[in-house]
Each structure stands twice: as structure tokens, then as C-alpha cells.
Design a protein around this ligand. Structure first.
Ligand SMILES: [Zn+2]
Length: 476
């Protein structure tokens, strides 16, 4: 039978109609999904035209490696190509050349046999003019984290998605949308990967791999919409109060930083992916960490079990998380670890944890006022009296520990006569009954003293002096 070769140019900017395209595999005119006949696609990286840098070659190799990890049966091989490059030369090549359209940074061109809708050849080009960043070891250089560098590995994964037949995705967190913000990170590490939705689409066309493809992951990115060209847009996950009102924060060093305080009940949002081939039940642990590398050795705040399908990314809010009362003020993190109890055998465990920065604020307790009985002279019959105390607090979700003392002078200290103590969460003025029967006669001032909260540094306002009283001698 005679094969007809047809050219379709899978140009990133040209595939989308009307800007509302949803996930779509490329199809032949007869409606069949385009695919490789063999499950192995041989790619050739052209050494002479490419970046002439081992890092750039390694970035493409890492993209190929990541593509070969998914639950899909389709796999790539990569070899070095030293000769000429060209379209329709029978080789699937990756090379670099100037692309004149300023909107296009990389391009995948493919040709297919019309009679059975299978690929004949696919080529990938990277624009010479772009400021490509080949490494992921310093994530601060990447655009997703405020840097200038366009991640080569991420765009390579996106183009390799086209090379197996996938189109663009607008309605999911997906590398086939905005690929530079489709990234895993924990601590200083960043890693680009194909992700759950590309894997799901690919499995529908090529079937499942026979290898162990278990791979759960979590990222601090979420789907936020799509741009006019039909690429999904991704934003950072958020931290909210228990009613899901997003907390106040700032952007610092290219990343969001949410204000929290010790004892505050919050909820943290993360996107969980099952990048494997089977639905999996797994536990998630949420953690408080003193730095932005989150792992199970950090302080566990809550757990929950989920059933992770392989068809959509699950962006989820955590259960209520209480910021530890011992949290030290400064930049810290809340994080999630999927399969925190290590029940699932995954070839890669490193991508199971991520973080969101929080700024722990410094607590401040304040003694507002204390007042005793109006009449100044207290007689033996008055030995039990009511005293009103009023306390306030800022940046502190714990109880406020208080003491009522009587002082000979207006300075209240720890050596003054202790009459009552307790702790409260009630910030309205409240009445406390105290017993004066053991107090010697004399003139005193009421004193309210608050014991410091963890890491409270301003203790000036923790004590307050009340009105003066006189206690007369006891009758016999
Ligand atoms: Zn594209």
C-alpha cells in the first residue's frame, strides 16, 4: 500500500482555536488519535547546533528520562546526532536555530501517515535567542521562582509531549500548558516532570507501561486559568484561615510568604499528583518546618488518607493545622508529604514533599487593667473579694497565663504576694474572686502580671498596676 505523508506543524502558538481549547490530543482528519506505531520513539540530539554545553545536553537527557518514568507505555531513546539536520530526513531530531516569531520559543514539527494515523517523523527546535537556563540546581535562576532563566528541561518535556501526539491543555495544571510553572520543588531543589495529566492522556493512546510506575508527588502550584493562546496558567498554592479566607502575605525573593502566628489555626493548599498508572490510596501528612525543605522528620500537624486517581490533579486544602506554640518567629514553612508513612513502593520518593513559606510573627501579650473593690479599706469580713482583670494579645493563638498579685508599691514583680493565677483565652474583662485572709495589714496596689508567651520579646506591657487598697487588722 502506498503511504501518504502529511505534514502537520505542531506549533505551540497555532494549535488553539478561540483561546478556549481544552485538553486535546492531536487527531488525523479521520478522527483517529495520532500515535507512534512502535512504543519506542528514537530521538537524536544534534550536538553541533545545540547548546555546546554539557548542562544543556543533560537538561534534554533529564527531560527524556522524566518522560520515560511515567505510567504510559510509550518511551523515548536519545542518541547524539552529528550530521546534518533537517525535516523529513527520516530522523527525529532535536536542534537549535533562530525562530523569527517572537511568540515562539520552541517548536515541534511532525509528519504522519494518513492511512493509519501514525507518525513518520517528528523534529524539535529550540530558539537560539532565548535565555535558556539548563540547570535546575539553583532554582532562584528560574522564571517560576523570580529568576530570568527559561527552563530548558521544562520546555523540552512540553515539546516531547507534542512529539508523542499531545496538544495543549488549558483547563488543568499540566506541562502541556504553561510549562515553566509546572515544576516540583522542595528546599533548593527544583525538578521538571511530565505530570499526571500528560501521563493520563498518553496512557489512553499508548496503554500502560509494564514497569513499576508508582509515582505520587506534591507541588505548590495550582491551575488558575488559561491565557489567550490556550495554555493553562499556574499560580502558587495558598495558606488560609480555617474558613478558607486567604491569609495576608507578601512576595519575597520570588515566592509568596504568608503571615501566621504561634497557635493560629490555618489551612494550607497543595496539588497532589498520581503520575503512575493505577489508582492508589495513600496518606498525606502536613508538617511545620523551620526551613523550606519539608520531610517527615519535621513536626507533623495533621494526616488524612486520599484515593488518588490517575486522571486529574487534586489541588486540596489541608485539614485544620495549628501553627506550633513553640514556633520561632521568622521565615518558616508549612508543607505536605504524600505517602508520609511510606506504604507505597515508588522508584522516586524525593518528589513526595513540598512547602509554602510562612512568616511566623512575634507574639505580644498585654495586661490591660486590673481593678479591685471601690472602697479602699478592706475589713476582715471582706476577706474574699472580686477583682476584674482585662488582658489582650497579638500574634498569639495560645492561652494567656495570668497572676494577680498585691504589691507594696506600684511596681509589680514576681516577689509580690500571689493571690490567684490561671490562664485564659477570653479577651473580655473578667471577674476573679481572690482570698485576702492571709494578707498582713497594710497598704497595697493590685497588680496583674502575664507570664510571657513563647518567643515574646516585648515584656514591657506584661504587667499593669491597679487601684490602691488598705487592709485593716483582723479582729480576734
Ligand atoms: Zn506547545
Amino acid at each position: 500500500m502506498r503511504h501518504t505523508k502529511n505534514a502537520i506543524h505542531l506549533v505551540c502558538a497555532l494549535l488553539v482555536v478561540g483561546g478556549t481549547a481544552h485538553a486535546s490530543w492531536n487527531k488525523c482528519p479521520n478522527g483517529q488519535k495520532l500515535r507512534w506505531k512502535s512504543g519506542v520513539v528514537s530521538m537524536r540530539l544534534n550536538a553541533t547546533s545545540f547548546f555546546q554545553s554539557p548542562d544543556a545536553t543533560a537538561a534534554v537527557a533529564s527531560a527524556i528520562h522524566e518522560m520515560n518514568w511515567t505510567g504510559s507505555a510509550v518511551k523515548y531513546t536519545l542518541q547524539s546526532d552529528t550530521g546534518d539536520v533537517g525535516w523529513l530526513n527520516g530522523q527525529n531530531e532535536i536542534w537549535r536555530m533562530p525562530i523569527t516569531d517572537p511568540d515562539i520559543i520552541a517548536w515541534t514539527g511532525s509528519w504522519y501517515w494518513e492511512d493509519d494515523c501514525t507518525f513518520a517523523e517528528t523534529d524539535i527546535w529550540f530558539d537560539t535567542e532565548q535565555k535558556w537556563y539548563p540547570l535546575t540546581t539553583n532554582k532562584k535562576k528560574l522564571t517560576a521562582y523570580g529568576g530570568p532563566g527559561l527552563p530548558l528541561a521544562s520546555v523540552a518535556i512540553h515539546e516531547l509531549g507534542h512529539a508523542q501526539g499531545d496538544g495543549h491543555t488549558a483547563d488543568k495544571y499540566c506541562v502541556m500548558g504553561g510549562s515553566s510553572t509546572h515544576v516540583f520543588s522542595n528546599g533548593d531543589d527544583a525538578r521538571f516532570y511530565p505530570g499526571e495529566y500528560l501521563t493520563y492522556q498518553s496512557i489512553k493512546v499508548y496503554g500502560k507501561t509494564t514497569k513499576n510506575a508508582n509515582d505520587l508527588g506534591v507541588v505548590h502550584w495550582r491551575h488558575t486559568g488559561h491565557d489567550k493562546k490556550g495554555y493553562s496558567t499556574h499560580g502558587r498554592c495558598r495558606v488560609a484561615d480555617k474558613s478558607l479566607n486567604v491569609l495576608t502575605g507578601i512576595w519575597k525573593n520570588g515566592e509568596p510568604l504568608y503571615y501566621v502566628y504561634p497557635g493560629q489555626v490555618v489551612r494550607a493548599e497543595f496539588s497532589f499528583e498520581n503520575r503512575g498508572k493505577e489508582t492508589t490510596t495513600a496518606g498525606v501528612g502536613w508538617y511545620y518546618s523551620s526551613d523550606d525543605h519539608v520531610w517527615t522528620s519535621d513536626q507533623l500537624l495533621a494526616t488524612k488518607t486520599f484515593n488518588f486517581g490517575v486522571d486529574k490533579v487534586g489541588t486540596k486544602w489541608s485539614p485544620n493545622l495549628t501553627v506550633p506554640l513553640t514556633a520561632v518567629p521568622g521565615t518558616r514553612a508549612l508543607g505536605a508529604v504524600v505517602d508520609f508513612d511510606s506504604k507505597i513502593n515508588e522508584p522516586m520518593e524525593k518528589n513526595n514533599a513540598t512547602y509554602t513559606h510562612v512568616l511566623v510573627l512575634t507574639p505580644d501579650l498585654r495586661a490591660v487593667s486590673i481593678s479591685g473593690p471601690k472602697k479602699k479599706k478592706l475589713k476582715p469580713g471582706d476577706s474574699t473579694v472580686s477583682v476584674t482583670i482585662d488582658v489582650d494579645k497579638k500574634n498569639w493563638g495560645g492561652k494567656v497565663p495570668w497572676e494577680i498579685r498585691l504589691s507594696k508599691n506600684q511596681t509589680i514583680g514576681s516577689k509580690d504576694k500571689l493571690l490567684a493565677s490561671g490562664s485564659t483565652t477570653n479577651l473580655a474583662p473578667q471577674t476573679i474572686v481572690v482570698d485576702l485572709s492571709g494578707v498582713k495589714k497594710g497598704k497595697y496596689y493590685w497588680g496583674l502580671r502575664l507570664l510571657a508567651a513563647s518567643h515574646e520579646d516585648d515584656l514591657q506591657d506584661n504587667t499593669v498596676t491597679g487601684n490602691k487598697i488598705k487592709i485593716t487588722k483582723k479582729k480576734k
